[in-house]
Design a protein around this ligand. Structure first.
Ligand SMILES: [Zn+2]
Length: 227
């Protein structure tokens, strides 16, 4: 896990049905809070627990979880994490994500109901959460209609979720196979140009620091080739 300023990448390597699968969750922390952003697929409680412990963040230190959107590889282990904390963990998600997490509405892609969990605090575009030096919520629909990105102000780091992806450190547009409305998704990427971003953590691909502003502009313009 790369250490950034108050942010760590929580790299979760797994084997999903025989296929190697890696996702990059994030951990935001200061002296009061340790906030996990996204939770992998179902069944990853122990993997998350061990990965956090390796970085001197025992599970018991975790205070909150923020979910970027409803997809199963982001909400998967949320019910297990909440149960393991005996409900202590505060769960935050966009108001549009909440009914999916509660298991009230079938997930848009898989059409199944998620294992019900809870949402304690609903988020909206423009919210600045007063944790870890300030975390700005950016509503970024397109990949799914409920997607948010998070901007960690002190480290100028964007947690992009699936609004962007990356390959070998090169920022790429969201994966068209899994993005429901690419037009809207690219409009959401355009919103990110307003931010002063030095680092982007993509859930699928990991950390990008190279040519961020240029790549964001190229992606918005439809120039999606590598370099
Ligand atoms: Zn997704």
């Amino acid at each position: 896990m790369a250490a950034l300023n108050g942010i760590k990448v929580v790299k979760l390597e797994m084997n999903a049905g025989g296929n190697p699968f890696v996702v990059h969750a994030s951990l935001l922390f200061d002296e009061h809070e340790a906030i996990l952003v996204d939770t992998g697929i179902p069944g990853q409680l122990e993997l998350i627990r061990n990965t956090l412990a390796e970085e001197s963040f025992p599970f018991e230190k975790l205070t909150k979880i923020i979910i970027t959107h409803q997809d199963q590889d982001h909400i998967g282990s949320l019910p297990e994490l909440v149960a393991a904390s005996e409900g202590r963990l505060v769960v935050m998600a966009h108001e549009l994500t909440k009914p999916y997490i509660l298991g009230e509405v079938p997930l848009v892609k898989s059409k199944v109901l998620a294992t019900p969990s809870k949402v304690d605090v609903t988020l909206q575009d423009g919210d600045v959460l007063p944790y870890c030096g300030g975390i700005q919520v950016i509503f970024s629909p397109g990949h799914t209609e409920d997607h948010i990105c998070l901007y960690h102000k002190p480290s100028k780091t964007l947690i992009s979720g699936d609004a962007l992806m990356s390959q070998d450190g090169v920022l790429m547009p969201p994966n068209s196979s899994f993005t429901l409305d690419m037009n809207t998704a690219l409009k959401s990427v355009a919103k990110l140009l307003e931010l002063d971003i030095e680092t982007i953590i993509t859930y699928h691909g990991g950390v990008c620091t190279d040519r961020i502003k240029e790549r964001l502009a190229e992606i918005v313009d439809g120039k999606n080739t590598m370099k």
